[in-house]
Design a protein around this ligand. Sequence first.
Ligand code: KG4
Ligand code: ZN
Length: 338
Amino acid sequence: QKDCYILGIESSCDDTAAAVINNGRILSNVVATQEIHEQYGGVVPELASRAHQQNIVPVVHQALRKANIDKNHLSAIAFTRGPGLMGSLLVGTSFSKSLALGLGIPLIDVDHLQAHILAHFIKIDGQTPPNFPFLALTISGGHTQIVKVTDYFEMEIIGQTIDDAVGEAYDKSAKILGLPYPGGPLVDKYAQIGNPKAFKFPKPKVGPMDFSFSGLKTSILYFVEKETHKNPNFISENIADICASIQFTIVEYLMDKLKNAVKQTGIKEIAIGGGVSANSGIREALKGAEKKYGWKTHIPKFEFCTDNAAMIAIVGELKYKNHNFAKNSVIASARMKF
Ligand code: KG4
Ligand code: ZN
């Protein structure tokens, strides 16, 4: 197979990203994170679309320059077709279609959630990709699911959230504690210096491999309101212990679900992805499970956990090799399912 250069483009939520991959290796990986949403305490879809439109050409330009390749050497354009915010997806989809048409090269549509999983197949020195079959735990601000992966494009969702995503649970808990958006990384930071057993929060009961997080947020809100009523400085005096207790509950919950999935499928190889896989608690728990339960775990480098275009490009390359191209009439799909 001849050398292939794939340009990946990601614009499903609030990160505009472009990357170039050559035979599984990253030549460039550029992300423009939209800071505009911080002041609103969450992603504002309308503003996200506008920022994508503003960023997309400079980001692609930078990715090509960093990869040190001429656009005429590209083999194909891979783009995120969904799921995500419709306005955001439209920007990346329309741009990718036009660029592919202009360059006269194939267009490849990519499922964002498959990309979070297949990011593990980006070639990195000293790292081995997962072996099929494996279980993928995708945990982000928009998604929480356990997927049984039997081949690159043979995936089955065996468990998922029935309400909020785990990243949302982190961000909403952080908001209750007065921390700025997105609060997940801050809760994680405080958690590392707090007592995880200081307070107890309930773990919602749903299907053995399913998740529910909306109740957790409510119980944290009631707890904090009650304690603040007694002591107005409750939050500031106990922030580390509160965060550590929240994190303990969430990580234990995620691990319970993984244990159920391992029991049900007999598969002990686990790969995580999505923004929340940057979390120190879940990383530690997974490493612990290697010794404790004999699991083999795959934890991506931080830059491939959060939304990025390298993961879109690697899926593009896998599809390119199978001549699996999109029609030029392809449309973005906010609720796309694999
Ligand atoms: O994958 P991602 O960048 O975007 C989505 O597709 O949603 O994930 C972002 C989410 C946010 O909710 C953020 O708070 C959370 O990942 N996150 C974390 C950590 N780093 C990012 N949550 C907990 N601990 C972290 N260290
Ligand atoms: Zn994502």
